[in-house]
Design a protein around this ligand. Structure first.
Ligand code: ARG
Length: 575
């Protein structure tokens, strides 16, 4: 609304189009804690966009422009400073507009904004988590799980139809070894007790033994051959491993608040790889090498490693072949408009090749397939040692959080401390992970992750719980009338102005598929709220002042909760 009225004035006065001005106004950086109630446009951005001419004196041009801009009810005043044009917005209108929008439909706030209209909408398939059965669920899978969850939530909040897919690593030679190893070393009993743990142990030990035990290696190869031939006994055992593991994962995903619409896997697409090869062959894209392998030539795609191997000399398929099959199948089944893959950055080349193969196969929709890569987490270990299972990490977060809560004097009496500690622990893991650019590697540090002060998930939760408690204490009277003239102080205005930027932050997050903008926005909001608690008391203030402040806090609390949910963090009521 504000952006639009500023920009329509600019359009009227100096030509150009709304499309130029709206993003321009949105490009004002969401600077940390240094908030101004006003919009600013830098002169350099005006020059870049051809609104001012670099040939003439910029200061006088800026001053002229400022004078030209008429002052309406939204914009009180326009001034030309050195290098910037500042629009002072009408603060009464600001408070009224933002808070009544929030009161009418807190869920729609920000996500229905005009600036988000430019984003393409449709059906989005997000593939994430994708652990390997029987191998360890490492920190990378945790990252893929929470990042994918965030992307799916964001896309959904912005009005897309989202399909969440988990692509299990459930096929390949390792299942030969696991099957053969289990026949020697496994126990049904232990499998029932702790499937992931037991399968992993069998797998590790079988790997170790296979190094010096030729007969185990032969058995493993034989077992995999039987699997590939769909022999019943072998398949039955494999199915059991898969079933048990998936069940166990489901339980952990539930704890994280993550769900999938589909569990597919490499095994499922294995059967379709022949069709892929046929397709490539009929299009003359499959070349046989001297070694007997089949490759696709990608040299015209400007790729450096211009060949991609899609079939081995013994006729078996590869990881990439299964991925091509999976992409084709998904397009057919779900008719997605865009597909997003979330894995660590070591797989970037793999995905570039995958998309190129799809393009040379004439699948234009590959233009809208995206890989979101992320960096390594170093030093993530628990008291039990290096991380092997995801569950160990979230258990550790919960236990440490529980310990901190017991130590803290400000902790409230909550009815289920274990559950609260679990949720806060998970929030802390997520926020820590989302603070920087996803492709950066980072070093994990339990102390820092769980700090109650400072920029952590614990701080977000604490701020949310405190706001909720304030609103509970004073009753939910936020549907009543409020007088915006009581919200003209510096603290209130900076919160309101910050809330107004929520849509820009969502836009930037969606364009880049990076959570850090939203994380930083929420952390800043929480810092602003901390100061507001001190300077804008509700208790002891005159009724209409208290009423107006409650509206401000209620609106802030909704935006905080909405943002947290998009990040995959469940806001707690008390802590
Ligand atoms: N299971 C693989 C891994 O753990 C990740 C799968 C990524 N997705 C894909 N379509 N290739 O490394």
């Amino acid at each position: 609304f504000f952006r639009r009225s500023v920009s329509s004035q600019l359009v009227r006065r100096c030509g150009g189009s709304e499309e130029v001005f709206i993003p321009l106004l949105s490009a004002v950086p969401v600077s940390k804690r240094q908030l101004t109630p006003d919009f600013r446009l830098t002169v350099s951005s005006l020059v870049q966009n051809g609104i001012l001419s670099p040939e003439e004196d910029l200061q006088s041009q800026t001053e002229r422009l400022a004078k030209q801009l008429e002052v309406n009810s939204v914009i009180e005043d326009v001034t030309a400073g050195r290098g910037v044009l500042t629009f002072r917005v009408n603060k009464l209108l600001l408070a009224q507009k933002v808070l009544s929008e929030l009161r009418e439909d807190p869920q729609a706030f920000g996500v229905k904004s005009e600036i988000l209209r430019s984003l393409p909408r449709g059906r989005t398939l997000v593939e994430f988590s994708s652990p390997n059965i029987a191998k360890k669920f490492h920190a990378g899978h945790l990252r893929s799980t929470i990042i994918g969850h965030f992307i799916a939530n964001l896309k959904q909040a912005l009005g897309n139809d989202v399909i969440r897919v988990n692509y299990l690593g459930d096929w390949g030679m390792q299942f030969g070894l696991l099957g053969a190893g289990f026949q020697r070393l496994g126990s049904e009993e232990k499998l029932k007790e702790n499937a992931l743990q037991h399968l992993f142990e069998v797998y590790v030990q079988a790997n170790r033994e296979a190094e010096h035990d030729e007969s185990l290696r032969l058995d493993a190869a034989e077992f995999f051959r039987r699997l590939e031939q769909h022999e019943e006994q072998a398949l039955l055992l494999w199915k059991q491993f898969r079933e048990i593991t998936v069940q166990e994962y489901r339980r952990i995903y539930q704890r994280l608040g993550v769900h999938f619409d589909h569990y597919s896997g490499e095994s499922f697409h294995q059967s379709k790889t022949q069709e892929v090869l046929n397709d490539l062959r009929t299009h003359g894209l499959l070349k046989m090498t001297e070694k007997g392998t089949g490759v696709v030539d990608l040299s015209e795609q400007g790729d450096t490693s211009s060949y991609s191997t899609v079939v081995r000399s013994d006729g078996t398929s590869l990881y990439i072949t299964r991925d091509v099959a999976a992409a084709l199948e998904r397009k057919q089944t779900f008719g997605f408009d865009e597909m997003i893959y979330v894995t660590d950055k070591s797989q970037s080349v793999h995905f570039q090749q995958l998309f190129q193969i799809l393009r040379v196969m004439g699948r234009h929709w590959a233009q809208r397939c995206v890989h979101v890569p992320f960096g390594l987490v170093k030093g993530m270990s628990t008291r039990r040692g290096d991380v092997v299972f995801l569950e160990d990490v979230i258990d550790e977060a919960r236990n440490r959080m529980l310990h901190n809560m017991n130590q803290s004097k400000t902790s409230k009496v909550v009815c289920d401390p274990e559950l609260i500690a679990d949720q806060i622990g998970i929030s802390a893991l997520i926020i820590q992970d989302f603070k920087g650019p996803l492709t950066a590697d980072y070093v994990f540090d339990w102390e820092r992750v769980l700090q109650a002060q400072g920029d952590t998930g614990v701080f977000l939760q604490y701020t949310h719980a405190r706001l909720r408690s304030l609103l509970r204490m004073h009753g939910d009277e936020t549907h009543t009338h409020f007088d915006a003239s009581h919200l003209q102080d510096r603290r209130s205005i900076s919160i309101l102005q910050h809330l107004l930027r929520y849509d820009e932050v969502l836009l930037q997050s969606a364009l880049e598929l990076q959570p850090r903008y939203l994380v930083n926005f929420l952390l800043t909001l929480c810092h602003l709220v901390s100061s507001a608690h001190r300077d804008l008391p509700v208790k002891g203030s005159a009724t209409d002042v208290a009423q107006a402040r409650l509206h401000l806090f209620a609106g802030t609390c909704s935006v905080l909760a909405n943002g947290m949910k998009i990040l995959g963090v469940t806001p707690v009521e008390k802590m």
